[in-house]
Design a protein around this ligand. Structure first.
Ligand code: PEP
Ligand code: CO
Length: 451
């Protein structure tokens, strides 16, 4: 395959773009792109560069990346309580990780732009009626009606605005001291006192507080970096007309930045070497992720390193493997070795969600907590055995008390799912399951390092 050296934000148009909507009105699409290209960006190039440095430090084993949020954001979920609860659970998890791993945590949300979804089928049938699949709020609506399922480019403008509102609220909360480690009580979700993990979490909060006070006492001044926590955003950069419109050049900076998010990733279904997504991603200066499934060959992953990070720049490339608890031990070693064989510097992150999705007899898409935990633990072991290390976790979770994944300390069973199943796409861990996963990461990491 020959790659044209010439790259432009729209050069992806010369390649096959999978998973894109068929917009009925091309003029309306062009008008939306023009409008978006003038709207303010959602993030800055300085923040993007700072995240890249932090990912580089995670590559060196000096920090751990926590990436989490909804499978799909929806416009109607752009509500203050939902946003702050998600932030709270991510902050609590990161506190557990900072304390247990004894290293900084790079916090990345799956939000402020996670509105486009790849689908395994273009069409969906119900009671003899067939309609285009729902592809995320960026593209069409979830209602099973002909009108809702027509792709509407105006949805991109609305999604940009919702993303800006989400970012604005998250930034304000953080600037106002919400993420201050002196005050983890700000993140209480009310449930902590009744949760099976409450005792362990309370002790940990106490010991972090003691450590901060101790540091401040001996140094005689406030501890730095504990009252201002950075938070970054990420989404699957699936809908290329949107991403293209937010791709800009920045004064005094070299190259092109996708300013819709800090950390875009390529989904499993669109990682073809000659496809439009890889073409688009190879030209942007952001740190980028690629989801890696068991279908990715050794040659494919080596070529991804070469195409997406030809200069082997630190912090640039992250592989998010999602192999499934059953496959991870068989597939991960060859992928690690392939990357090692070309000397590529990457961050390895485990997504223990997408390889473990199943359907229950009562028709729910779900995931078992034990499989999520097992895939993470096995990933830690495989990396250690291969002379590599697992540097992060990519999770679908929410701060709400949903019942979408089975198991966990409360041992949710199939009949619990109908009680509070709210996801329109994939099942998420609820707050308790999320905290439990953070604790199990710490436990596994500790046992590896003391072995
Ligand atoms: C996702 O992250 O929601 C997703 C669709 O993942 P993948 O591309 O790994 O299937
Ligand atoms: Co998902």
């Amino acid at each position: 395959m020959t790659l044209s050296k010439h790259w432009q934000p729209d050069s992806w148009r010369n390649h096959t773009a999978l998973q894109q909507p068929n917009y009925p009105d091309q003029n309306a699409l062009a008008a939306v792109q023009m409008e978006l290209s003038k709207l303010p960006p959602l993030v800055t190039s300085a923040e993007i560069q700072s995240l890249k440095r932090q990912i580089a430090s995670a590559q060196d084993g000096k920090s751990f990346l926590l990436q989490g949020g909804d499978c799909a954001e929806s416009f109607s979920d752009c509500e203050s309580a939902l946003i702050s609860n998600r932030l709270k659970v991510l902050l609590q998890m990161s506190l557990v990780l900072v304390h247990g791993l004894r290293m900084p945590v790079v916090r990345v949300g799956r939000f402020a732009g996670q509105y486009a979804k790849p689908r395994s089928a273009d069409l969906e049938s119900k009671d003899g009626v067939t309609l285009p699949s729902y592809r995320g709020d960026f593209i069409n609506g979830p209602d099973f009606t002909e009108l809702a399922r027509i792709p509407d480019p105006r949805r991109m403008v609305k999604g940009h605005a919702r993303s800006a509102m989400t970012m604005n609220f998250v930034r304000s909360l953080i600037d106002g001291g919400f993420a201050d480690l002196h005050h983890p009580e700000y993140w209480d979700l009310g449930w902590v006192s009744q949760s099976p993990q409450s005792e362990q979490y309370r002790k940990l909060v106490q010991s972090v507080g003691d450590a901060i006070r101790f540091m401040e006492t001996i140094s005689g001044e406030p501890a730095h970096n504990v009252n201002r926590t950075e938070f970054y955003t990420s989404h699957e950069a699936l809908l290329l007309p949107y991403e293209e419109s937010l791709t800009r050049q920045v004064p005094r900076q070299h190259g092109w930045f996708n300013l819709s998010t800090h950390f875009p990733w390529i989904g499993m279904r669109t990682a073809q070497l000659d496809g439009a997504h890889v073409e688009y991603f190879r030209g942007i200066a952001n740190p980028v992720g690629v989801k890696i499934s068991a279908n990715v060959s050794d040659d494919h992953i080596k070529r991804l390193c070469e195409m997406l990070n030809p200069d082997n720049e630190p912090g640039k490339l992250t592989f998010i493997h999602r192999l499934g608890a059953e496959n991870v031990e068989a597939q991960l070693p060859r992928l690690i070795r392939a990357v090692q064989s070309v000397g590529a510097k990457v961050l390895w992150v485990c997504d223990p969600m997408h390889g473990n999705t199943e359907s229950t007899s009562n028709g729910f898409k779900t995931r078992r907590f034990d499989n999520i935990k097992a895939e993470l633990e096995r990933s830690f072991d495989v990396h250690a055995a291969e002379g590599s290390h697992l540097g992060g976790a990519h999770l679908e979770l929410t701060g709400e008390n949903v019942t979408e994944c089975l198991g966990g300390a409360r041992d949710l069973i199939e009949s619990d799912l109908e009680r509070a199943y709210r996801s329109t796409v994939d099942p998420r861990m609820n707050y308790e399951q999320s905290l439990e996963i953070a604790m199990s990461i710490v436990h596994k990491h500790g046992s590896l390092n003391s072995a």
